[in-house]
Ligand binder design. Structure first.
Ligand code: FAD
Length: 376
């Protein structure tokens, strides 16, 4: 794409999964759309994540979105002409003590009272049936059948390819420097030239608070460097994706035998320089946690570890919805669990823009929650 002035119906800031998915849905709805990305598509969290697609353990307002997203994942090929490496596999949370199991039972009751039945409690015998390699002290857990995982890199590239094929224009190495509204039209200055459109969507991930500030809105996004590590190839010993009720853990074994270990341990993020600094003490805690729950991991070699920059909001849920400024929309700050929601959030934003409403409940994600007198 050449430098200069470009016009469109919509400008999406951020070429992560949410930006590409939003652009794809907007273009399908007939809007000429430009994605403007400061680095390159999929440079950040959208490619660096663990690929977990779960309804298990979601914050309550996110459950309807996670349920709808899962349905999209099961038909992901229809959306982007690629299976994105999506595989169905149950997601589990292990309880190491009776009180942890009790907390999981309480959680199930809460979900049942809201009409959601997907989280099931399992006893020790059922746990061993699903996870023969689990440490003997574990007493039970929670399981969700039908969740799964996908390949993050393949996914974001598939969304990019499909968006391009539909006619979305993608501008890379183009940090947005300023955003102003003049006569109902957004004027966006990027390092690759000037863009204008009546619709603006902020999908800037951990940088979403900065774009919101350009619109005069407040969202206290903290940048986090979530870390993951991967082991050497091991004989197959676990098929579900495993977490723990009392510890930070996310654990899955791939078909090639390697095991991905994460769960929220953090390094240090430098969003201004795009850098993440790994914290090896935290990684050691993460590895120890995995070995406590799966004793056969003791002595196993870790072959790689990395971090990705993610945006965290104080209440642990993202900002999704219309801005208070007409013609602008937000979808950012996914707090470590936005990959799974990728296919649905783009549709929500496109519905808001095109139809003026979404069929999913998104009130809890409104950016206004940070500027209300209560928030202050
Ligand atoms: C290590 C790790 C593990 C994770 N595991 C999971 C998991 O298992 N399951 C799950 O559901 N989620 C997981 N997540 C979270 C998930 O990756 C994110 O929530 C999701 O990818 C967010 O997508 P995004 O498009 O909002 O953000 P990003 O992928 O960060 O994209 C935002 C884009 O905006 C661009 N941008 C920012 N500012 C500007 C600007 N001024 N001008 C132009 N472009 C700009 C950035 O360069 C970036 O490319 C994990 C995250 C990490 C880091």
């Amino acid at each position: 794409m050449t430098r200069g002035k470009r016009s469109a119906d919509a400008i999406v800031i951020g070429g992560g999964l949410h930006g590409c998915a939003t652009a794809l849905h907007l273009k399908r709805s007939g809007l000429d759309t430009i994605v403007v990305e400061k680095d390159y598509v999929g440079r950040h969290a959208s490619s660096a994540n663990a690929g977990g697609v779960r309804r298990l353990g979601r914050a309550l307002p996110e459950i309807p979105l996670a349920v709808a997203a899962l349905a999209s994942w099961h038909r992901i090929g229809e959306l982007v002409d690629d299976d994105c490496g999506f595989a169905v596999s149950c997601q589990m949370k292990v309880a190491e003590t009776e009180s942890e199991l009790e907390a999981l039972r309480d959680r199930r009751e809460t979900l049942l009272s809201l009409g959601f039945e997907h989280e099931e409690i399992i006893d020790q015998e059922q746990l061993r049936g699903l996870l023969p390699a689990i440490a003997p002290h574990c007493v039970g857990g929670m399981v969700v059948h039908g969740d799964g995982h996908a390949n993050p890199f393949l996914t974001v590239q598939a969304f990019k390819r499909k968006a391009l094929a539909l006619g979305v224009r993608i501008l890379e190495s183009a940090p947005v420097e300023s955003v102003q509204k003049q006569d109902e039209i957004w004027q966006v200055q990027s390092a690759q030239g000037h863009l204008q459109a009546p619709i603006l969507v902020n999908c800037a991930g951990a940088w979403g608070g900065r774009i919101a500030a350009m619109l005069g809105e407040h969202a206290p996004v903290e940048s986090e460097a979530l870390m993951l590590m991967i082991t050497e190839r091991l004989k197959p010993f676990v098929t579900p994706v495993v977490g723990a009720q009392g510890r930070m853990l996310s654990f899955k074994q791939f078909d090639n035998g390697t095991v991905l270990i994460g769960g929220g341990h953090q390094g240090r993020a430098e969003p201004d320089s795009n850098r993440t600094h790994l914290d090896f003490r935290e990684l050691a805690t993460s590895a120890t946690t995995a070995a406590i729950l799966f004793p056969r991991l003791r002595g196993v070699q870790l072959v790689r570890c990395w971090g990705g920059i993610e945006g965290q909001l104080p209440d642990g849920i993202p900002v999704i919805g219309a801005s208070a400024v007409e013609g602008a929309y937000h979808a950012f700050g996914f707090c470590g669990h936005g990959f799974a929601l990728g296919p649905i959030v783009g549709r929500i934003i496109a519905d808001l823009i095109v139809a003026g409403e979404s069929d999913l409940p998104i009130g809890a994600f409104d950016i206004g929650r940070f500027s209300s007198p209560t928030a202050a």
